[in-house]
Write a new protein. Structure first.
Lengths: 243, 325
């Protein structure tokens, strides 16, 4: 099973890079370099925090766009072009295909975000003479959230086309970050609401002490819960679908 | 009533019980839509493909060929029916012994031919060490030698079809399911595919071949099942279906411009080209006709059971059913 999942994941990663995703990294580096002179001079300490906030916000947008682009298009295009048929006909189980696709997107995102995080830290070190390693904790949280979004996209793509999936993913992202606006903390609705706020560590990383190991572990638990539910739903929906 | 007419046209050529069935489809049925708008794409389709034989699946567009194949391969959930491959229920594990070429296969243009083969080999569970060697051999076999490292963006439609065939053959599957394998190929490519299919049959591979190209089916298939409107319209050995009972075809050469008078009275389907005459006669008249031609100085080239072309048979069958396009 793992061989087949890894083979599919490797194909997704290779396809992602063949789609010139590396250009996104280069564009990010250029934007970051161009943005630095535009930052207002808040004084020592503050300007670095603003830099971290801008960098993480930009990284977040890039990660979500790539997660949605890959997650929303992969399955529908494989079905439309029938590239999926020989694989499934040859004994690859549908859950193996979905797991491999998700894993491939997550690895692609990891490679991308590791590059973006490294570029950001290096630019911060070069410009402000501060080694901002805590930024990587923020990048890790963004990667986790992008993995959830990719799983949501794959789940939705088992029954819908890329446009609907993309809209659904954006709606999900919006809804998953307004829990504290909609409900009072401590209520049942607040506890049950599917929120992604656990991954929102931009303030902590930009202005505070960064992500602790204990908090990173708690994020992993939330991540595992989301991924488990979404991929189980994806498998349930896809196993019933006629291709 | 119409249903009875269809069933009455089903040929009852018996399968040879001594042969193992590599593929069995029994009572396959597929209904799309809800109860109110149900549409039956496949109705009670059964076919048995004996090991080592080439079985053609024919029918006009919308006949249910692809849906039947997809049910066998787990791409479509059947509403009913029994599906077996190599004597076992067609589970994903069993399907690992099946190679599949979908109609008009597509591959990402950024990949190389070897990249496609590697992915196919890995997902088929082949050991990594053997994939490249097997790939090169198969690519050579389908006429893509020297193009292993070429990007698919430079491949023609026919080359992609050949690549699809090569990936279907990876891992030496015991059963091959080919959906329009000659689609997009030029005449030379079509001949190559026929030769490949015949070679695979000789090596013991069982092949289920869905095709619109009746000449291709006639050339390579041992048996056929003809579907129309989701039902089996006819099935049997291709010779049994196409041989016209009670008539013999005679090919003879003469410079004469008319047939000898006693022969002209009994022949049908007369064709003349370049001094070669082809016509058919009732079996009981063969001796008398041959004697009459001998007496008139004609040279007999061949005597064979009269055979209808598959095109004619197919058209006649569909006309009788009121189907086709």
């Amino acid at each position: 099973m793992f061989d087949r999942v890894l083979a599919i994941a490797a194909a997704v990663v290779a396809d992602g890079f063949r789609r010139k995703l590396v250009y996104v990294v280069l564009l990010f580096a250029v934007v970051m370099a161009a943005a630095i002179p535009a930052l207002p001079s808040y004084g020592q300490g503050i300007v670095e925090a603003v830099f971290r906030e801008v960098a993480l916000a930009l990284t977040y947008v890039v990660a979500m766009v790539i997660a949605i682009a890959l997650g929303a298009t992969r399955l529908p295009s494989e079905i439309e072009r029938r590239t999926l048929y020989p694989m499934l006909a040859r004994g690859v189980r549908r859950y193996e295909y979905l797991l491999g696709t998700w894993w491939g997107i997550v690895v692609t995102l990891a490679l991308m975000l590791a590059s973006l995080g490294t570029i950001t830290v290096l630019i911060g070190w070069f410009v402000y003479d501060v080694f901002m390693w805590r930024l990587l904790g923020g990048v890790f949280a963004i990667w986790l959230e992008s993995g959830v979004v990719a799983a949501l996209c794959i789940m939705a793509a088992t029954v819908a086309g890329p446009v609907i999936v993309s809209v659904a993913a954006l709606a999900f992202l919006f809804a998953a970050h307004v829990r504290s606006v909609l409900f009072q903390p401590g209520t049942v609705a607040y506890a049950l609401y599917p929120s992604l706020d656990a991954f929102n560590v931009i303030n902590t990383v930009a202005h505070g002490q960064g992500v602790t190991l204990a908090y990173a572990a708690s994020m992993l638990v939330v991540w595992g819960g989301f991924i488990g539910v979404l991929l189980l739903l994806a498998v349930a929906l896809f196993s019933r679908r006629d291709l | 009533m119409k249903h009875e007419t269809r069933e009455s046209l089903v040929s009852h050529a018996e399968e040879d019980p001594s042969l193992d069935h590599a593929l069995v489809i029994e009572g396959a049925r597929k209904t799309y839509g809800g109860r109110r708008a149900a549409r039956e794409a496949v109705h009670d389709v059964s076919l048995h493909v004996s090991a080592g034989r080439v079985h053609g699946l024919l029918g006009p567009n919308g006949a249910g060929k692809t849906t039947t194949i997809k049910m066998l391969l787990g791409l479509v959930t059947p509403s009913a029916g029994r599906f077996e491959i190599l004597g076992r229920p067609a589970t994903p594990e069993v399907r690992r012994d099946v190679g599949f070429l979908p109609e008009q296969p597509y591959f990402p243009p950024q990949l190389t031919a070897r990249g496609v083969m590697r992915l196919a080999g890995r997902t088929a569970g082949m050991p990594a060490t053997g994939i490249d060697r097997a790939s090169d051999e198969l690519l050579s076999r389908v006429g893509l030698k020297g193009r292993e490292r070429s990007r698919l963006s430079s491949f023609s439609r026919g080359m992609l079809q050949r690549l699809g065939l090569a990936q279907a053959l990876l891992g030496d599957p015991k059963v091959l399911v080919l959906d329009e394998p000659a689609s997009g190929l030029d005449p030379v490519g079509q001949r190559d595919v026929r030769d490949l299919i015949i070679g695979l049959r000789e090596s013991g591979t069982t092949i289920l071949l869905s095709s619109h190209q009746l000449s291709e089916v006639e050339a390579v298939c041992d048996d056929v099942t003809i579907l129309n409107a989701g039902r089996v319209a006819s099935r049997g050995r291709i010779d049994d279906l196409l041989n016209v009972a009670g008539r013999t075809s005679i090919r003879a050469i003469s410079a004469e411009e008319t047939l000898p008078e006693p022969v002209a009275r009994v022949v049908e389907d007369v064709a003349l080209a370049g001094g070669t005459w082809v016509f058919s006669v009732p079996d009981e008249q063969v001796r008398a006709v041959v004697d009459a031609l001998d007496d008139a100085g004609w040279r007999i080239v061949s005597l064979s059971p009269k055979r209808e072309s598959l095109e004619d048979y197919f058209a006649r069958l569909l006309a009788g059913l009121g189907g086709g396009e």
